[in-house]
Design a protein around this ligand. Structure first.
Ligand code: SF4
Length: 346
């Protein structure tokens, strides 16, 4: 939901800085709030459609639209500040002033890519710094951020991202003007500068490390890897054996489990499942005899129905099941997949 909100806000701001203002009087005021609202609503509805067609998701929170409006207003305020008119209410912005704001935008959602094609990023805004005579004195790389503002410094990964954008710009433009890089936090309408040495050499090192090899990477099971969110659990035995050895298999309010589904009533979603445990490092399952009532709902139920329709028999991987009620809850946020661990040998 947070990502959808962020994307809608980003896209609406990028729309507003690329508006067609032809046919409007330069002195016209009062148009910006309506135009901004129209664009946000259109982008919000687009995001909702994408969200609702996403396989694993929670519920769409329509009430967050007010947050999106606040974030969009923060982005507009940052643009107006950059143009030298901070704190001007959008209802007072003339067409002529917005043309000035747009003239400072050199690129919106521009793709940055190194000449060798190895590194890339999507730059939200590239803006011109100008002096009193309107002469360009520098560039500003501005990355819109709808997340929590820094307190007080940018997170290292955000700083690194901004510096990499700057470095790619320098790589592609042999004689650039001075470049500033800023995270534009729409929540509090503040720009946070990222300064520092080039990071591009480290980025190339990271690129080299991502190249596929013939040997599988060593698993790194643990609380901060498998213990969190990992898309590969239905195919990876290591989270399961690690949990068993650590003595916390099936512990907590949200659990991952490998189960046998003994009964499933598609009308109500009620099911009876038997928990399994790994018998070896390869994730061979062994039924434990511990049977639990479960309730499959939403996409969780649809996925189980699809497995049954495909003729799947045997263990099923359930991801992020809610266990704090008498019956385990397998909802739209859960994975329901055949349990098919891939051996380390590939
Ligand atoms: S489940 Fe497997 S792939 Fe995922 S983090 Fe754990 S060890 Fe790595």
């Amino acid at each position: 939901m947070a990502a959808s909100l962020g994307t809608a806000v980003h896209a609406s701001i990028e729309d507003i800085v690329q508006m067609d203002l032809s046919g409007m009087e330069d002195s016209e005021i009062g148009w910006l709030p309506h135009s901004a609202e129209q664009r946000l609503r259109a982008r919000w509805d687009e995001e909702r459609e994408i969200f609702e067609n996403t396989p694993r998701r929670g519920d769409w929170k329509e009430k967050n639209y007010t947050k999106a409006r606040k974030q969009q207003a923060g982005g507009l305020e940052l643009l107006l500040s950059h143009a030298g008119v901070p704190s001007l209410p959008p209802s007072r912005v003339t067409v002529a002033l917005w043309k000035r704001v747009m003239s400072l935008v050199l690129a919106a959602e521009g793709e940055l890519r190194t000449k060798d094609g190895k590194l890339m990023g999507i730059l939200d805004l590239l803006l011109a710094d100008i002096d009193a005579d309107g002469v360009v004195t520098g560039w500003v790389v501005a990355d819109l951020k709808t997340g929590k503002p820094p307190s007080p410094d940018l997170k290292p990964e955000v700083r690194r991202q901004l510096l990499l954008y700057r470095d790619i710009l320098v790589d592609n433009n042999p004689n650039p003007p001075p470049i500033r890089t800023e995270g534009w936090y729409t929540d509090n309408s503040r720009a946070y500068a990222a300064d520092g040495d080039p990071v591009i050499d480290k980025a190339y090192e990271a690129w080299e490390a991502t190249q596929p090899g013939t040997t599988p990477l060593s698993p790194t099971p643990g609380p901060s890897s498998c213990g969190g969110f990992c898309d590969w659990k239905a195919w990876c035995p290591h989270w399961w054996t690690w949990r068993k050895e650590a003595g916390n298999l099936h512990a907590g309010d949200f659990v991952d489990a490998v189960v046998l589904v003994h009964a499933f009533e598609s009308k109500t979603g009620a099911a009876s499942i038997e928990l399994c445990e790994p018998v070896d490092a390869a994730g061979k399952p062994m039924p434990t005899g511990r049977t639990i009532p479960a309730n499959f709902r939403g996409r969780g139920a649809l996925m189980l129905e699809a497995l049954i329709a495909d003729g799947h028999q045997g263990p099923v991987y359930l991801g992020s099941v809610l266990t704090n009620a008498q019956a385990w809850q397998v909802g739209s946020w859960c994975d329901v997949l055949p349990w098919s661990p891939i051996p380390d040998s590939g």
